[in-house]
Design a protein around this ligand. Sequence first.
Ligand code: ATP
Ligand code: MG
Ligand code: MG
Ligand code: MG
Length: 492
Amino acid sequence: LTSSGDKVREAYIEFFRDKKEHDFIASSPVVPLNDPTLLFANAGMNQFKPIFLGQLEPNSPLQGVARAVNSQKCIRAGGKHNDLDDVGKDVYHHTFFEMLGNWSFGDYFKEEAINWAWELLTEVYGLDPERLYASYFAGDEELGLPADVEAKEMWEKLLPPERVLPFDRKDNFWEMGATGPCGPCSELHYDRLGGRDAAALVNADDPDVIEIWNLVFMQFYREDDGTLTELPSRHIDTGMGLERVTSVLQDKRSNYDTDIFGPLLAALHDLVGGDPYQGRVGEEDVGMRDTAYRIIVDHARTLTLAVVDGAMPSSEGRGYVLRRILRRAVRYGRSKLQAPPGFFSQLVPKVADCLGVAFPELNEGAKRVESVLREEEAAFDRTVDRGMQFFEALRDELTAEGKSIIPGDQAFLLYDTHGFPLDLTEQMAQEAGFTLDSAGFEAAMEKQKERSREALREQQAQKSEGLQPLELVAEQTAWLGDRKVPITDDDP
Ligand code: ATP
Ligand code: MG
Ligand code: MG
Ligand code: MG
């Protein structure tokens, strides 16, 4: 079955709403409303947490809802789930993605969840059952729990036993936190290639055998002392990645080859020129153009959805995560695709085009989002330009002196005041025919760390001499706010 991403989403919601009597409950904002423990919504169940905890407000619109379905906007770029480092490197982890989900709140349980998942995948979506693998909880001594034989037997009615696989706690036991509701889960994995025994590739980070759907059977409560008790009512919480299942249905080996990302990659190509996206991954992607394409379109979706839901790039907390994500995208664009200044925010209207059907808030909000991002990007472009100028002046000076090594303390200055990660400076150095003293860079970094430790000790000493804590906080934030800290070491 070939189907647009929009159709895949629609078919999921229709199936559970019209055939299985679920209520459609709109996605909650990616910026959580009442949950300070959460950076961004990272799963469909977030907004239903009060139900699972038995803490639903009496006047909540969720009162009386026994079954729910939706497509939840998720961001996994910090906190418990942080997929930022995988984005661009692989073709199936995004920072922003949609999680299709169906829920039972004390209503149906394991058998319906499993059979309906199977019905949707094989009958509605028409997936080849031969390509599917199911996993179940293998049991855990420490938790004092046996294997989930029930789930195993249910799957074995649908699949041959060699494609029903046990996994331990890491993959097949779900917990909300250190305490709270929890339970075993079963997942569906799909072999993109087929015609082979792929059992050993399940849960092994293979790009062609990917996890598509997680079905959580919430039936225990973990107490403060670690013991598990049975919940008074049992719940179902499922999550399927829309981009992944769409890639499967469109018979593509990459989420980026679907119509969900196609228009965005084309829009980016229009802005940067040169070769269009070619889908190369890892070492094959010499020059990292395709990696940059993936990172930029992914990050454009994340920034757009986060800002439309009320977040703002800033120097603290959630806003700082967004600022770093934007800078990461801009750096990849400018250094790998030779993108012109200001390219990034111009992707916002395209993101709104693509996702406005599912999330109408984008139709009204896109203009505002674009102007927020335009400003943020311009400020960063200026920093980048200043860094480039600094580098060029340094290069000319060293050349005039007949030198061919960039001193470590200069590379550190670029890092510390201009936010250039070491490997970007290394790359520029190489292009200019220089080498770089990386040991000197490390030494300068170490010195700086020692200086901050010293400063902190002094501050603490002053604090005990009566400086107001609030002034202290202000000082520290200002200092942090001005520093440009790179995101990961391998960023350009
Ligand atoms: P993975 O093992 O691939 O990282 P996960 O086990 O962390 O996935 P779950 O928390 O079980 O994922 O989320 C439910 C579903 O959401 C997954 O089966 C997958 O289809 C989808 N999903 C999870 N993380 C991402 C992501 N970063 N990008 C796109 N889809 C994702
Ligand atoms: Mg994960
Ligand atoms: Mg997993
Ligand atoms: Mg999972």
